[in-house]
Design a protein around this ligand. Structure first.
Ligand SMILES: Cc1cc2nc3c(=O)[nH]c(=O)nc-3n(C[C@H](O)[C@H](O)[C@H](O)COP(=O)(O)OP(=O)(O)OC[C@H]3O[C@@H](n4cnc5c(N)ncnc54)[C@H](O)[C@@H]3O)c2cc1C
Length: 456
């Protein structure tokens, strides 16, 4: 039995749903296929932070930024592996993407602008509830208003390719993740095109083993379902793949809980910008806490099993986020003095005191003479209680994937667009190069999802 629609979108995350809305607004008959019982993918468990330069919020807080600075930050983090044409598209459409989520879809953002490692100025906007669920809900609501046909529990198993044209997909209905399937495959044809928006492969052991085997034993922040098995299928076609060995670790996570957990908020928003990282063996700093995630993870992995993230009460107050969940869970621990910290980690109290004294002098002078960390808005670390987390990076983002054009067309190994196949979101490669900056994935998904949707 077969069916034909205009546009088939595989994946109900930020990228797929953004593409669906734009294609529907072009008057197309759109179907979104999602293998899980609910849409959302990794998008729904993300913090939902989105980055853009030259916004009204930056203007309000007198933050000077530019498209050129944003591009340079992305390229430095990406170690210049990035496809610069795609980066241009990303930075030029970022502000529009942020405004679209806020003013068109109605996502409410906190009245603040954050900075994450590798961004040279604050340019990250976090939804009020600090979760990607806010944007997923808003995208879903708009899809419902527009009567986009979203079908869950549909696994796309394969493609229908005729004379090198991607004409449709083979699907399993009523799919129960994570069961193996052996049922009859239904065929769904797409008149205008198929959008591959299946997310990353952070939980795909076959791909990690093949392309980044040194990470095979690491935990991941991703949902178990973030395996993108369908990408493996595309390896059999003459399709250009890029950077499949570029897998990002997230440095802000705790060794004392599984997955993304509750501690990452403390790591990202408190320790890195307002606290310090210490080697527990020496009680000394070993890096700037605000370098990009790729380099920071490398520095942390070089130290050993775990490192210590430390901040004081002032830092927690100043960051303004609620870290009570992580404290209740025992992931972030509270100590009333530096003596208590040294005893808990069996480290040298003398070194710990010396490290803080030195760091506080840097704050006074406004220059980190050891690691050149940007100390804007920093306060001395000296007001107990001290908050401490044992930290170890986890697999977070896969920068590699399908090579795409500036219009989101999937490219063949002959450098020509594959007919009727498009991609957007984490499954597309080459945009972030060696490392994705914080909040840049949401921007990427919305920018390229919209561009692909508008192209029909
Ligand atoms: C814990 C966490 C926090 C993060 N926080 C941030 C942040 O604050 N800011 C930021 O920029 N980035 C963040 N990221 C990264 C960002 O969330 C992801 O890169 C982004 O959401 C990916 O969106 P996507 O649409 O490409 O894929 P996803 O959201 O993963 O959606 C893909 C969907 O495709 C479905 N699918 C896959 N294969 C098939 C198939 N064969 N058939 C049918 N359906 C299929 C999946 O089930 C899934 O629902 C975070 C990531 C994680 C894991």
């Amino acid at each position: 039995m077969s069916e034909t629609v205009d546009v088939v979108i595989i994946g109900g995350g930020f990228a797929g749903l953004s593409a669906a809305i734009e294609a529907k607004l072009k008057g197309k008959n759109v179907v979104v296929l999602e293998k899980m019982a609910r849409i959302g993918g990794n998008s729904v468990i993300s913090d939902g932070g989105i980055a853009a330069a030259n916004t009204d919020l930056q203007e309000k807080y007198k933050i000077e930024d530019s498209i050129e600075m944003m591009k340079e930050d992305i390229l430095i983090a990406g170690k210049y592996r990035n496809d610069t044409k795609l980066v241009d598209v990303l930075v030029n459409h970022a502000k529009d993407a942020f405004i679209w989520t806020r003013d068109f879809l109605g996502v409410e953002y906190s009245d603040r602008v954050d900075i994450f490692g590798g961004h040279s100025v604050p340019r990250c906007y976090t939804p009020k509830n600090v979760t990607g669920r806010d944007l997923i809900k808003a995208l879903e609501k708009k899809c419902m208003e527009l009567e986009v046909d979203i079908r869950t529990k549909i696994l796309v198993e394969d493609f229908i390719v005729v004379d090198d044209i991607f004409e449709g997909v083979k699907i399993v209905e009523n799919y129960q993740y994570p069961k193996e399937t052996d049922g009859e495959l239904k065929e769904l044809y797409a008149k205008d095109g198929i959008v591959f928006a299946t997310g990353g492969y952070g939980r795909n052991q076959t791909l990690i083993k093949r392309f980044k085997k040194e990470f095979i034993d690491l935990d991941s922040t991703n949902k178990p379902s973030a395996d993108n098995h369908l990408l493996e299928k595309l390896l059999d076609y003459p399709i250009k793949m890029v950077d499949l060995d570029q897998v990002q670790l997230l440095p802000s996570t705790s060794i004392d809980e599984k997955g993304f957990g509750d501690g990452s908020l403390f790591g990202d928003y408190v320790v890195f910008p307002l606290g310090i990282l210490l080697d527990p063996k020496t009680m000394r700093r070993f890096t700037s806490e605000l370098i990009d995630r790729g380099r920071l993870s490398e520095e942390m992995m070089n130290i050993g099993n775990y490192v210590i993230g430390l901040a004081d009460q002032d830092a927690v107050d100043m960051a303004g986020w609620d870290i009570s969940k992580a404290i209740k869970k025992g992931v972030v621990k509270k100590y009333h003095s530096l003596e208590e910290v040294a005893v808990a980690f069996e480290g040298s109290l003398e070194n710990l005191k010396e490290t803080l004294k030195r760091y506080n002098t840097f704050i006074e002078e406004g220059v980190d003479r050891d690691f050149d960390k940007s100390l804007t808005n920093h306060r001395k670390i000296k007001h107990p209680p001290y908050y401490v987390m044992r930290m170890r990076p986890k697999i977070h983002h896969t920068m590699g994937g399908l090579k795409i054009s500036e219009k989101g067309q999937v490219m063949s190994i002959n450098h020509t667009p594959v007919k009727k196949l498009y991609a957007a979101g984490e499954t597309a490669g080459g945009i972030h190069g060696a490392a994705r900056l914080g909040s840049m994935a949401v921007t990427d998904c919305v920018v390229f999802g919209r561009i692909v949707g508008q192209s029909f």
